[in-house]
Design a binder for this molecule. Structure first.
Ligand code: SF4
Length: 229
């Protein structure tokens, strides 16, 4: 067709959406109904990560029984892509701290965490892993694994049921899907200014040394009311 046969610009097809304007969910649904899938590298990358979270085959106490139940046929953690419990931390993405963490065991738990490659995640399952639970006052029990390693999801209960673990896993998947791949909120493995490994405490005369990892946990500060200051 010669140029003379083309309509003038003013009579051309309706103006296209400017490239910088984001596509709306309604437009995306329209396209999906026509067999066209639109996504971004970030969504695709996060979708892949969130549906292949392989846990470490590891448990500490009674909560581990509930974790095992979650992988059985009745609850079927395979529906969420996490049935591949790995026997080696080198192949695992998720540390489920399920049970009481004694101070004698804590260095080993942190060592396992350090041996897992990034990207990796941690779920503190049950009252013991969160705070020491019924053994909180014990001299030998750690008052929360979050004092030493970064915890992504806390699941309360003594013990939490398998459904609670599945709910925690779904929450973790949502968290992964919402992570930007650039900027200050990017995951640890994509940032050069964040240390991925955690220091392993040693046994001191009366307690672990140090007693916490200050980069992941700070003691809560007392709330001082202005009228009491
Ligand atoms: S939270 Fe309760 S069920 Fe879980 S390990 Fe502690 S005592 Fe056992």
């Amino acid at each position: 067709m010669s140029d003379a046969a083309l309509p003038p610009d003013s009579a051309a097809a309706p103006a296209a959406t400017p490239a910088s304007e984001p596509i709306t969910p309604a437009q995306r649904d329209d396209l999906r109904r026509q067999g066209i899938l639109l996504t971004s590298i970030e969504e695709l990358y996060n979708w892949g990560r969130s549906h292949s979270v392989w846990p470490l085959n590891f448990g500490l106490a009674c909560c581990a029984i509930e974790m095992i139940a979650a992988s059985m046929a009745r609850f079927d953690i395979a529906r969420f892509g996490s049935e591949v419990f790995r026997p080696s931390p080198r192949q695992a993405d998720l540390l489920i701290v399920s049970g009481t963490v004694t101070k004698k065991m804590a260095p080993q738990v942190i060592r396992l965490w350090n041996q897992m490659p990034e990207p990796k995640y941690c779920i503190a399952m049950g009252a013991c892993a969160i705070s020491g639970g019924p053994f909180k006052q014990g001299y030998n029990v750690l008052k929360g694994i979050d004092r030493f390693i970064p915890v992504d999801i806390f699941i309360p209960g003594c013990p939490p049921r398998p459904e609670a673990l599945l709910h925690g896993l779904v929450q973790l998947q949502a968290k992964i899907r919402g992570q930007p791949l650039t900027g200050p909120d990017a995951p640890r493995h994509l940032r050069s200014d964040v240390e991925c490994n955690c220091p392993i405490p040693e046994f001191g005369a009366h307690d672990l040394v140090p007693t916490q990892n200050p980069t992941v946990w700070q003691p809560p500060q007392p709330i001082v009311r202005p009228d009491k200051a």
